[in-house]
Design a protein around this ligand. Structure first.
Ligand SMILES: Cc1cc2nc3c(=O)[nH]c(=O)nc-3n(C[C@H](O)[C@H](O)[C@H](O)COP(=O)(O)O)c2cc1C
Length: 392
């Protein structure tokens, strides 16, 4: 039975364990580029033992960013920064993954922790602001609240151009050294809004029926599948439930994931739709709250499954992998709070050798000085404690 620390192979890629650093937007890029910040921050997580390391949602077009300080891969001169990141992740034994996305009607935002010209963090900047733009989405329906500026409804030609942007981005991702690609179809961004009746009210072949609301996802997958190497996993994060009677329903997500599998999807990472703030029975505070949905998906579609959300307690993360419900545990905030979460979790869970996850040169020091436990924050071994007592 696999546990959190069992290797995992998907297509031609093997991860050293089942622990994934979930993509997290950092608002730290200039002109969409990754730099020293990303190299050090992501390298630290790879050195801390994460098996698969995602930087953040990486935009396929400039208007696909959350803010002008988000990263992208829509032009060649952005490849070099990504390459530095992937080289560093690999140096520390991790596999580098990219999440390609477009923020749709949730773009043109102020970074969460900043205020710009009186616009608070997380709110939208108007299209005429120097750091704002007109968001594009399936329908001209703004998200609402502090995201209420007019939205441009994508034409069919513009949708086709986005497929080309996805494919070009995937090719650049190969050059940049990524070996795993996730399409971001969740969290109220473009894919999520095509899927949700709350955001998609088109009357053409991209709106209405479930088949039509999934067309964008399948066509974008096809475009990427065409260029993305067959030996590397192609996965997606789906906003599988809006928790609202008028939004995305989980039953529809199950059907759509079955279709995506037929289009070459290798793994489904399920999350919420976030197409509305009006979520009923909001589960955000509950531990591992996506698990029941993952279990249902597993019983209906034969595809590897991953999820995130409140899996940071090691016993729980280990349990959900051992149960076989999910294949990989995505950790977001735990990776921010503890770059060595995997090593710490292995220690907490009593695995034989937690330090096999750290780089060789550190491991030597950590493994060869038994009796020096207090130096690394562990309780003193029993015999050392006795020595202390007799010395006192
Ligand atoms: C700072 C921050 C930025 C995030 N950015 C992204 C992102 O770029 N793409 C994405 O799919 N999810 C994003 N998320 C969601 C996380 O990937 C993850 O799914 C979520 O935090 C739940 O996992 P957790 O409970 O382990 O934090 C972000 C979360 C945080 C905390």
């Amino acid at each position: 039975m696999p546990n959190l620390f069992s290797p995992y192979t998907l297509k031609g890629v093997t991860l050293r364990n089942r622990i994934v650093m979930s993509p997290m937007t950092m608002y730290r890029s200039t002109d969409g580029k990754m730099d020293d910040f990303h190299v050090s921050y992501l390298g630290a997580r790879a050195a801390g033992g994460f098996g698969l390391v995602f930087p953040e949602q990486v935009a396929i077009t400039p208007d696909g960013r959350t803010s002008t300080t988000c990263s992208g891969i829509w032009k060649d001169d952005q490849i070099e920064g990504h390459k530095r990141v992937t080289d560093t992740i690999k140096m520390f034994g991790g596999v580098a993954a990219i999440q390609l996305g477009h923020t749709g009607r949730k773009g043109s935002e102020v970074p969460k922790y900043k205020t710009i010209d009186g616009y608070p963090g997380g709110s939208q900047l108007p299209p005429d602001h120097p750091q704002g733009w007109t968001c594009r989405a399936p329908s001209a329906i703004p998200y609402g609240g502090d995201h209420s500026f007019p939205v441009h409804e994508l034409t069919k030609d513009e949708i086709k151009d986005l497929y080309k942007s996805y494919a070009d981005a995937a090719l650049r991702a190969v050059d940049a050294g990524y070996e795993w690609l996730e399409m971001h179809y969740a969290h109220g961004y473009l894919g999520a809004s095509f899927f949700s009746p709350l955001a998609n009210q088109r009357t053409d072949e991209y709106g209405g029926s479930l088949e039509n609301r999934t067309r964008f996802h399948l066509e974008a997958l096809d475009a990427v599948r065409e260029v993305w190497p067959a030996e590397y996993p192609l996965t997606m994060r789906l906003g599988a439930d809006d928790l609202n009677p008028d939004g995305t329903q989980f039953e529809d997500a199950i059907t759509a994931i079955g279709w995506m599998k037929e289009h070459g999807l290798d793994l489904a990472d399920i999350s919420l739709g976030f197409n509305t703030d009006d979520m009923r029975n909001n589960p955000m505070g509950k531990q591992a709250f996506m698990l029941s949905r993952a279990e249902r998906l597993k019983s209906e579609v034969d595809i590897p499954i991953a999820t995130s959300w409140n899996l940071g307690v090691p016993e729980k993360a280990d349990e959900v992998i051992q149960s076989g419900i999910i294949d990989l545990a995505f950790l977001g905030r735990p990776a921010l709070s503890n770059p060595h979460w995997p090593v710490w979790a292995a220690r907490e869970l009593g695995y034989d050798n937690p330090f096999e996850l750290v780089p060789d040169d550190w491991r030597w020091w950590l493994e060869n000085f038994r009796g020096h436990e207090p130096s690394i924050g562990l309780p003193a071994a029993a015999d050392t404690a006795l020595d202390e007592e007799s010395a006192a």
